[in-house]
Design a protein around this ligand. Structure first.
Ligand SMILES: C[S@@+](CC[C@H](N)C(=O)[O-])C[C@H]1O[C@@H](n2cnc3c(N)ncnc32)[C@H](O)[C@@H]1O
Length: 256
């Protein structure tokens, strides 16, 4: 996959995308990340990308002209047309399904907003607008990195020996099951016996039950759309009954 990112602070991307899994994906030829400075497409001495909003109000807005020029010029770099993504709190909430969809694109072009956002006309260049959630970031760079990370790790070969994305949270509509590593007992807290049993059938069943329990506890909304078997529904009924006995006043406040 080729990822192009247009930003007024293109230097922020390198330290993240050149490290760890994304860095290795680049070395393996599975990812090429190209950061572009929006100011390259300005034509005044001060390389101005912003201006005051019509109608008044605080802050500055990104001017449309550099964004139009940048997107057209970066598209020309090819080798294939890019799927163009803008970021805004007004966008469609980004989720794992979107990450899966974007991981199948050959080329993505991210345009990162700053200041009070962009002139509305710039969004006409976007194939889609994504939001990371109901809060306001100072810029779209973290959104571009988040979407790159979530999508690229799903490209076959990127995770390599470091694990598979198949069983992770959201991949099957549920949160991931509880995980433990050595030591078997830590500060009086023991790992569930079944995980030490070597019985892969029982471990698989326990993990499914753990995933259902965690989802029921922390994200019951996911259960409305998760594909569940009859057996899952029975397990869920047991989980619900067990939790009610354990804590009749309601769930704990945090996941861990
Ligand atoms: C300070 S924000 C502008 C917020 C805008 N004035 C508003 O109230 O919706 C600047 C840029 O950060 C990015 N941004 C901020 N919050 C975001 C979010 N929740 N999801 C995705 N991008 C976001 C967008 O690119 C946005 O143009």
């Amino acid at each position: 996959m080729i990822v192009d990112a247009v930003s007024v602070i293109p230097e922020v991307f390198g330290p993240y995308v050149d490290a760890s899994i994304l860095g290795r994906a680049q070395k393996a030829g599975l990812l090429e990340f190209r950061a572009h400075d929006l100011r390259e497409w300005t034509h005044d001495r001060h390389r101005t990308v912003d201006d005051a909003p019509f109608g008044g109000g605080p802050g500055m807005l990104m001017k449309p002209a550099p964004i139009f020029e940048a997107v057209r010029a970066v598209q020309e770099l090819g080798p294939v047309p890019a799927h163009v993504v803008f970021f805004s709190p007004c966008g469609k909430p980004f989720d794992q399904a979107a990450a899966e969809r974007l991981s199948r694109e050959e080329r993505l072009l991210f345009v990162c907003g700053r200041y009070e956002g962009m002139d509305e006309r710039a969004y006409s260049l976007a194939d889609e607008v994504l939001s990371l959630g109901d809060y306001v970031l100072t810029g779209g760079e973290l959104a571009a990195l988040t979407v790159t990370d979530a999508a690229v790790r799903l490209i076959p070969g990127v995770l390599g020996g470091e694990g598979s994305a198949d069983e992770e949270s959201f991949s099957e509509g549920l949160l991931e099951f509880e995980q433990y590593t050595r030591p078997a007992v830590f500060e009086g807290m023991a790992v569930p016996d079944v995980l030490l049993s070597g019985d892969h059938g029982r471990i698989k069943e326990w993990r499914r039950s753990s995933a259902l329990e965690r989802t029921y506890r922390w994200r019951p909304d996911l259960l409305e759309t998760a594909p569940l078997s009859e057996k899952d529904r029975d397990l869920l009924a047991d989980v619900a009954a067990g939790l009610e006995d354990e804590n009749p006043t309601g769930p704990r406040e945090t996941c861990s």
